[in-house]
Design a protein around this ligand. Structure first.
Ligand code: AMP
Length: 117
């Protein structure tokens, strides 16, 4: 569970308080275009719950939701970048995580060799 008391930027997007380029939305996840894209297609797939800070917590707490997140990423990549993509979960500040509300980066559409988000 998150220790943070303030809602994350992603919770505020999910609540409709902050605009975003939403490409998918269902009862469990939302997918948006990253505001600072690192690839021609750069999406964030975000569970609507704010209960999990990172993918390790999500995998332990709700593996079905993690599976749904991955299936959503795959289906969006089919639609937007030919079905091939990189799925990145930055986990921990030293690994580059800046928003502690679990999210997957979906990167596709002509990646540079060795690129990481
Ligand atoms: P991470 O560094 O793995 O926690 O990823 C956070 C990502 O959220 C970064 O790639 C940011 O560019 C992205 N981001 C932050 N604010 C927004 C926003 N308002 N709309 C879309 N993407 C955002």
């Amino acid at each position: 569970m998150s220790d943070d008391t303030a809602p994350s930027i992603f919770s505020r997007i999910i609540a409709g308080e902050i605009p975003a380029d939403i490409v998918f939305d269902d009862d469990r996840v939302i997918a948006i275009r990253d505001i600072a894209p690192q690839a021609p297609v750069h999406l964030l797939v975000i569970p609507k719950t704010d209960a999990y800070r990172d993918v390790v917590e999500l995998a332990a707490g709700d593996p079905a939701l993690l599976a749904h997140l991955v299936a959503t990423a795959s289906s969006l990549a089919d639609e937007l970048c030919g079905g091939q993509f990189r799925l990145v979960f930055n986990t921990g500040a030293e690994a580059g995580q800046t928003v502690f509300h679990v999210h997957a980066h979906v990167l596709g559409g002509g990646l540079e060799e060795g690129h990481l988000a």
